[in-house]
Design a protein around this ligand. Sequence first.
Ligand code: BGC
Length: 808
Amino acid sequence: MQNNTTRQLTLEQKCALLSGGSTFQTRALPGCGIPAIWLSDGPHGVRKQAGPADHLGINPSEPATCFPTASAVASSWDPALGEEIGRALGQEAAAQDVAVVLGPGLNTKRSPLCGRNFEYFSEDPYLAGKMAAAYIRGIQENGIAACPKHFAANNQELRRMASDSIVDERTLRELYLTNFEIAVTEGKPRSIMTSYNMVNGTYANENLHLLQEILRDTWGFDGAVVTDWGGSNDHVLGVKNGSTLEMPAPGLDSARELCKAVRDGKISEVDINARLEELLTLIDQTTGALEKAPKTIDWDAHRALARKAAAESIVLLKNKGGLLPLDPAAKVAVIGDFAKTPRYQGAGSSLVNAPRVDSFLDVLEASGIQTVGYAQGFDRQGKPDGRLQAQAVELAAKADVVLLFLGLDEVKESEGLDRSDMKLAQNQIDLLLAVHRTNPRLAVILSCGSAVETGWQSHCEALLWAGLGGQAGAGAVLDALTGKVNPAGRLAETWPIHCEDNPSYKNFGTPGRNVEYREGLYVGYRYYQTAGVPVAYPFGYGLSYTTFAYRDLTATPTGVSVTVENTGDRAGDEVVQVYIAKPDAKIFRPAQELKGFARVHLEAGESRTVTIPLDDKAFRYWNDPANRWAVEGGDYEVRVGGSSADIRLTATVAVAPSGDADPYAGLALPHYQGGQVQDVPDEEFAALLGHAIPVAKVAIDRNMTLGEIGHARSPLGWLVHVIHKHLLDKSLASGTPDLNLLFNYNMPLRAIAKMTGGIVSMGMVDALVMELKGFWIIGIVRLLVEFVKNDRANKAMEKRLSEGGRKP
Ligand code: BGC
């Protein structure tokens, strides 16, 4: 049904509204009484850029509390904490007049190498979905909007704006959409951000299957769909298939394209009206909420929350001989650059300008712990430095206990760049070995937002993963070391022994457009446990300074009840995890899957009976031929424990079948049957997909990326490629990657038109494509002609829009 405003706008006005007006604002039409609203990143803090703005966190932003990143907070397994953080984000956003918070980020961690894993929750869609829904509820509590992202199957940074995720429908639904399903149905976000990539040959932002059939028709989403920045490929198709708002500011060329498509009958005005109403509802609701919201921020309270969140999320991975908590009489040596200059967030669009960031050295000084001093120990960018190492070893010799702060540097965890391995820099490992030889009473504190290889772990007695703990993370580390806080975080992603053990290892970071999800359902622990591959630290794992016992498990298909007792001598939190398994399954499935969890606080000696519901997702699998969720009937094991590898009690429940035929009847899928998916042959992957594996060729078209431009047939392209590559390599070697260069490397040509505020039109991009195809002179001439045409058309349309009001 059309509302009044829609009826009173001209087609041109409507089309103009469906793309952004500036980097982080929608377009205002003051003559029609339509204001612009602000959208700002991001998942763990508000990044409002009131001055020069960019989508990569390069220019400064307004001060905001920097909470731990999602990969840390997911380790708390505490949705209530997520909701509290969300509430604080919502308050800070509203105080800065931000209507839409661009987060949370909830993509499934397919590979530990994805450069943005620090911004995402988990390898498990259930945990990620629950955490995301909690953030969304919190952010939206005051009436503004969350914008969960990036929908969908966006699991790597390489060629991120123009890659094609080739994934079978069951895997898509179970692994890459269930998180969004939970976030949407339980969090009820007012907006959602599509991802840059294609999914099975169609851009996510113009994907009818994702945006209409699944998101709107099945999950009941009725908000606004927003593109990622520069992520609109074909705006007309996007609007037709369910994408509401193109961001950032493509200029009026985009609006003209839409108007023309209506006139040419490619899209109906009904579709335009539907999208417009989604946008106007978002603007109306959030503007109203912002008017009422307080404009002050309780910095101290948010800082305290950031510290609490970091403390709840710390994971104790090893504690041999009870080295931790620290003996109050112990003299400690503090070693490692990260103790002085913390790594507390990742690089890119999520970068928060925190008002005050604590270092471990700052908080240590006030703690009363006796120390023998601090040594930097290593060069942060990995350069071997014997002098720094010798100083550290000398210091270690004087201490009772060494606190060694290791981690990944800034280059390793950044938007736009995947990791090439999971290793700590060799100079840090060398330091560890040298210090350990001098003083084996050694605790390593790791600062990183994703899993690393820990082949060196026998050289430390204690190992604490601090994640990227936000601005107040250092205090939380101190509290965990001293025992003021009893660590209770549990890994939300598996830490494999070797990077090469990862199921997607051979299909990650491959050249070309296609990203083949050959491992299917077997991501993270779903793979390691099915295929029997040993890991360093399993999913759900984490130690405590106390111990827990489990008893009295009862289970039905709708829920679990179990009694947990704190059997140690200090208070602590246990994360009770429920996994569902069907060892006799006919339809292949992972060995077990997380379907419920609860974090419980227990005083020393206290017992509590915990009930954990099992919902509609507990037993289902996606049956593609039937095009619906189905259930294989029979007995299921309900496994309850403290990690995926520490199952304490098991019960059996009988579940009724949905009566669907075996979707794989007649297909040869031996690798999927046993979960041995590292080397799935082409025919078997094609059988899983239900069609031939698409072949990707580098094409000279609107979607050629600057990283591919060397394949063009134009000296101009070759020159741009050589210069760009040289600058990029230089910036990576410097230790501080230039995010613009990185972005451009993965950016398709059409994004130039989408990100230049109207200076470049699609016609100009097409001229550039001609140039790159080898039509040098015609290409250049056309470019100039299109430039003049675009400039004139922009000016005329700007004038009409600024002078025009509503129709009576
Ligand atoms: C990122 C998004 C972010 C947007 C706006 C993009 O580069 O992928 O996550 O919200 O920029 O800054």
